[in-house]
Design a protein around this ligand. Structure first.
Ligand code: MRU
Length: 341
């Protein structure tokens, strides 16, 4: 397997390392991911996160593992463990299944080639989404986003944030409104970090402030990522996305999920069938990161902490895929099912 480098993950030809996203922006700490089990733990605890990146990370981890010539049963067991690291983003399942097919009964070379292909395809998918989505943005637009859908979440430039980046690099002056994204603050910690590095102007707000920005007319469009898109266009994304879509509908602000084909799950007919990850209560009772751990709620407070919510296609203005831009009407008419694998 040849070297590959992304913002949040590096394979140098010998070693696989990941940027610990839990510690950003305070600290840029790289962690070794020498075994599939170590990578599983990094994905499970969100040191490595973002739907496309967790698929790519799992693939590289299995490709790296295959080089040691594991027995087929051991490879399959490692793949099954990785596949179960998180339940909602289907990119993980798609990538692991591809690796299993490539490895077959022990083809280590094919597994390495497949891991490289999964990485390279993700870079290309990001480029295609960025190109299609950037055409939607105009000079001077305010754009609001939720969670982190940038280079940290993919092998390439990102999904929704990749669109912003491409439009900015095309010369459009933009201002990005960044939802903090409770409870794990991917917006405040990661999207703000990425935009600062890129030199793109941004303003950070708590999630509850977004409606005021929409009402004030400061946001021309809302762009978000996706973790799984159902056949009918409903999609799961970071919790808070659904509320944002409802607010957009109320205020007449166009709302666009941006996703690669690897996030589309044609086997799932509609959003209510998407498995939603529940996370630990302490994520809501307080916070932890490079600053340590704090708790602000009573230690036994009952907590509701789904990591994702589902937005119905009826609230989507259009879905930006690597293959093109698909309107709500097209989604509701079943266009995804006609696009094939
Ligand atoms: O729990 P996370 O941080 O992995 O959730 C990520 C998101 O919801 C992103 O918006 C998403 O992966 C899609 S865009 C890369």
């Amino acid at each position: 397997m040849n070297p590959r480098r992304a913002l949040g993950l590096v394979f140098d030809g010998e070693r696989l390392t990941v940027l610990d996203q839990r510690r950003l922006p305070t600290e840029e700490r790289w962690l070794p991911a020498e075994t599939p089990e170590a990578m599983r733990e990094h994905i499970h605890c969100l040191a490595v996160r973002g739907a496309p990146l967790i698929g790519v990370a799992a693939a590289l981890s299995l490709g790296h593992y295959a080089r040691g010539g594991p027995r087929p049963e051991a490879f399959r067991a490692a793949a099954a463990r990785l596949r179960s690291a998180r339940p909602t983003a289907v990119n993980l399942m798609h990538a692991v299944d591809r690796m299993l097919r490539a490895f077959g009964d022990g083809d280590t070379e094919a597994a390495g080639r497949e891991a490289e292909a999964i990485f390279d395809e993700d870079v290309a998918l990001c480029e295609a989404m960025a190109r299609h989505g950037a055409a939607l943005l105009g000079d001077g637009d305010g754009v609001l986003t939720h969670c982190n859908s940038g280079a940290l979440a993919t092998a390439g430039v990102g999904t929704a944030l990749g669109v912003v980046r491409r439009a900015w690099e095309d010369g459009k002056r933009l201002h990005v409104y960044v939802d903090e994204t409770r409870p794990l603050l991917q917006g405040a910690r990661l999207t703000a970090w990425e935009l600062r590095r890129l030199g793109i102007p941004y303003t950070l707000q708590t999630d509850g402030m977004a409606a005021l920005l929409l009402r004030a007319g400061r946001v021309k469009r809302v762009l978000v990522g996706a973790d799984r898109v159902a056949r009918n266009g409903d999609f799961a994304n970071k919790v808070g996305t659904y509320g944002l879509a409802v607010q957009c509908a109320h205020h007449g602000v166009p709302f666009h999920p941006v996703a690669p084909w690897s996030t589309v799950d044609l086997a799932v007919p509609s959003g209510e069938h998407i498995p939603i990850e529940d996370r630990a209560p302490d994520e809501v009772r307080g916070a932890s990161g490079a600053f340590g751990t704090v708790r602000w709620a009573p230690e036994d407070a009952a907590v509701f902490n789904p990591s994702f919510d589902v937005t119905p296609a009826s609230l989507v203005t259009s879905l930006v895929l690597d293959r093109g831009v698909y309107s709500r009407e097209a989604l509701l008419a079943g266009v995804l099912g006609t696009l094939g694998g």
